[in-house]
Design a protein around this ligand. Structure first.
Ligand SMILES: Cc1cc2nc3c(=O)[nH]c(=O)nc-3n(C[C@H](O)[C@H](O)[C@H](O)COP(=O)(O)OP(=O)(O)OC[C@H]3O[C@@H](n4cnc5c(N)ncnc54)[C@H](O)[C@@H]3O)c2cc1C
Ligand code: SF4
Ligand code: SF4
Length: 457
C-alpha cells in the first residue's frame, strides 16, 4: 500500500494524507458532496482542548468510499441510505498475524505456503508464508461462528505457533511486527448500496471479498479499477456523478465481471458453519463443486444471539462459583478472563521466550510500532453504558486484539486508545444489540488516529 501510495503521489496528480482520518461524509440532501476530517486538539470525549482545530471539510464531485470492513464512513452511509433488502453483515473473522525473523539455520524455501485447519481449536484456520531473507508471516483466523466467550486471537495464535510441525521452524525466531484486522465474511451478501449521488464504494467494505476462496486483495483492487474506468468514461462524456450514471458506468461493469460471478458462487459457501465445523466444510465443498448451485440451507444469525456465557461454555469443567471468583480477581487487576479460564480448563501456559512468545502487552510494544498521537477523541465508544453494566459476557474485553478494552471499575469497560490496533473486532463481537437495531451492537467505531498495525503487516 505504501508502495502504491508513492507511485500515485509521484505522478503529481494525487495527494495522499496519511494519518488524517475522515470523520463523516458531507451530505447535501441525499447527495454526498465530500468528507469532513476529524477534529484535532480535543479531549478523549471530543470536547475542544488546547490547540483545537475543527475537522476540515473537503468537497468533491465524487467521494470514493474504500474504508474496508469496519470503516466509519461506509457505516454512516449504510445508516443513511440503508442496505439492499436481505443483505447483512453477520459473518466476519478476525485475522491476527505476526511477521517473524526466523533463526539462522531455518531452510524454509521462500514461497513456501502452509495452510492449517482445526488447530488449536476446530474452528481456527492458520497460515504460514515464507519470504526471502528468512522472514515468515504467520497468522490465524478466528471466525464469527466460533462460539467461545474467551475468543482471544492473540493467545490462540501463540498456541498455534507452538504446534510441533510449525515450531520446528519458528523456535528461536524473533517477532518483527504484529497486527490484527477484521475480515468481512458476508461477502456478496454484505454488499451495501454501491453507488449514490456523489459517492461510490469499492473494496472489502463494498462486499467484494470472496468467502469461498478467502481472497480479498485482487477483488478489492479490481473494483477500484472498474470504478476508475467508469469515472473516465463519465468524464469523457461530460456527465455528472449521479447514482444513475454511476450505476451504468461502474456497477454494470462490476456486475458483468469475474468479481460478481465468483462472489455469486461464493455467497452461501459458509452458511453450513452456523451448524458446526463438519457441516461447514461439507457446505463449502458442496458450494465449490456445484459452482454455487447448492449450499447448506441455513441463514446466518447475528453472533450476539448465539454466544454462550462463560458459565455455559465451561459447564462441567469449571464451576460457576469458581468462574465468579476468577472474574472478580481479573476485574480487580484490570485483566481479561481468557488466560485464567483457559489455563484452568487445561490449556498449557505459554512458555515466554522474550523473542517471539511474549506477553500481549510486550507484543504491543515490540511488534506493533505504537503510534497514537494525543489530542483526538476516543474512536471506540460504548454507546449505552447501562447495557455494559448488565452485560455478563463482557466479550469486548476478551476479544480485544490490543488489550485496549479492559474491565472498567463501574461495570462499563475502559478503553485505552494508545493500545488499539483498529481491528474492529469489538464492534462485531459485542454481546448486546443496539436498542432498535439488532444488526448493530452497543459499540460504535468512529474515525480515529493511530493504530498499532505496522506497515509490514
Ligand atoms: C490476516 C489476514 C490475512 C489475509 N490474507 C489474504 C490473502 O492472502 N489474500 C487475499 O486476497 N486477501 C487476504 N486478506 C484479506 C485482505 O486483506 C482484504 O480483503 C483487503 O485488505 C481488503 O482491502 P480494502 O482496501 O478493501 O480494505 P482494507 O485493507 O481494510 O483498507 C481500508 C483502509 O481504509 C482505512 N480507513 C478506514 N477508515 C478510515 C477513515 N475514517 N479515514 C481514513 N482511512 C480510513 C483503513 O485504515 C485501511 O487502511 C487477509 C486479511 C487478513 C486480516
Ligand atoms: S461493549 Fe458490548 S460486550 Fe462489552 S460490556 Fe458493553 S455490552 Fe458487553
Ligand atoms: S478496541 Fe481496538 S484493538 Fe480492541 S478490538 Fe476494538 S478495534 Fe480492536
Amino acid at each position: 500500500m505504501q508502495w502504491v501510495g508513492a507511485q500515485v503521489m509521484g505522478s503529481g496528480l494525487v495527494q495522499v494524507w496519511p494519518g488524517t482520518p475522515v470523520a463523516a461524509p458531507l451530505l447535501e440532501g441525499d447527495r454526498v458532496v465530500g468528507v469532513r476530517l476529524i477534529d484535532q486538539g480535543t479531549d478523549k470525549d471530543g470536547n475542544p482542548d488546547a490547540g483545537f482545530l475543527p475537522g476540515m471539510d473537503i468537497r468533491a464531485a465524487l467521494t470514493v468510499v474504500a474504508d474496508g470492513p469496519v470503516g466509519p464512513i461506509g457505516r454512516q452511509i449504510d445508516e443513511r441510505f440503508g442496505r439492499p433488502v436481505g443483505h447483512h453483515r453477520r459473518e466476519w473473522a478476525v485475522g491476527a498475524k505476526m511477521v517473524v525473523d526466523l533463526r539462522e539455520d531455518v531452510d524454509l524455501e521462500p514461497g513456501t505456503v502452509l495452510h492449517t485447519f482445526g488447530y488449536p481449536e476446530p474452528q481456527i484456520f492458520g497460515f504460514m508464508y515464507a519470504y526471502p531473507g528468512r522472514v515468515a508471516s504467520v497468522g490465524i483466523f478466528v471466525p464469527s461462528w466460533f462460539d467461545s466467550p474467551v475468543r482471544t486471537s492473540y493467545r490462540y495464535l501463540q498456541h498455534w505457533m507452538l504446534h510441533p510441525y510449525l515450531w520446528r521452524y519458528l523456535e528461536g525466531g524473533r517477532l518483527r511486527s504484529w497486527g490484527a484486522k477484521t475480515l468481512q465474511e458476508a461477502g456478496r451478501r454484505g454488499e451495501p448500496s454501491l453507488v449514490g449521488d456523489g459517492y461510490a464504494r469499492i473494496g472489502e467494505g463494498s462486499g467484494s471479498t470472496n468467502v469461498l476462496t478467502g481472497s480479498g486483495v485482487d477483488e478489492a483492487w479490481t473494483t477500484g479499477i472498474q470504478l476508475a474506468e467508469g469515472v473516465l468514461e463519465l468524464l469523457k462524456e461530460g456527465r455528472p456523478f449521479t447514482k444513475e450514471n454511476l450505476e451504468r458506468a461502474y456497477v454494470k461493469r462490476r456486475r458483468e465481471s469475474w468479481v460478481e460471478a465468483e462472489a455469486r458462487v461464493a455467497e452461501r459457501a459458509r452458511d453450513g458453519f452456523q451448524r458446526g465445523v463438519v457441516t461447514g466444510l461439507v457446505g463449502m465443498a458442496l458450494t465449490g463443486l456445484t459452482q454455487g448451485k447448492l449450499a447448506i440451507p441455513i441463514r446466518p444469525v447475528p453472533p450476539h444471539t448465539r454466544m454462550p456465557t462463560a458459565e455455559a461454555y465451561y459447564r462441567g469443567k469449571i464451576s460457576a462459583e469458581e468462574i465468579a471468583r476468577i472474574r472478580e480477581e481479573c476485574t480487580s487487576r484490570g485483566l481479561p478472563l481468557h488466560d485464567a479460564l483457559m489455563e484452568r480448563a487445561g490449556w498449557p501456559a505459554i512458555p515466554y521466550d522474550g523473542k517471539l512468545l511474549v506477553s500481549h502487552q510486550d507484543a504491543l510494544l515490540l511488534g506493533g510500532k505504537v503510534q497514537a498521537p494525543p489530542g483526538y477523541a476516543d474512536h471506540v465508544v460504548f454507546l449505552y453504558p447501562h447495557l455494559c453494566e448488565t452485560c455478563g459476557t463482557k466479550i469486548c474485553v476478551e476479544v480485544c486484539s490490543g488489550q485496549a478494552i479492559t474491565p472498567g471499575g463501574s461495570g462499563v469497560p475502559a478503553f485505552d486508545r494508545e493500545k488499539c490496533v483498529h481491528c474492529g473486532v469489538c464492534i462485531w463481537n459485542c454481546a448486546q444489540p443496539r436498542p432498535g437495531d439488532p444488526e448493530r451492537t452497543n459499540i460504535e467505531f468512529r474515525a480515529g488516529t493511530g493504530g498499532l498495525h505496522s506497515a509490514e503487516n
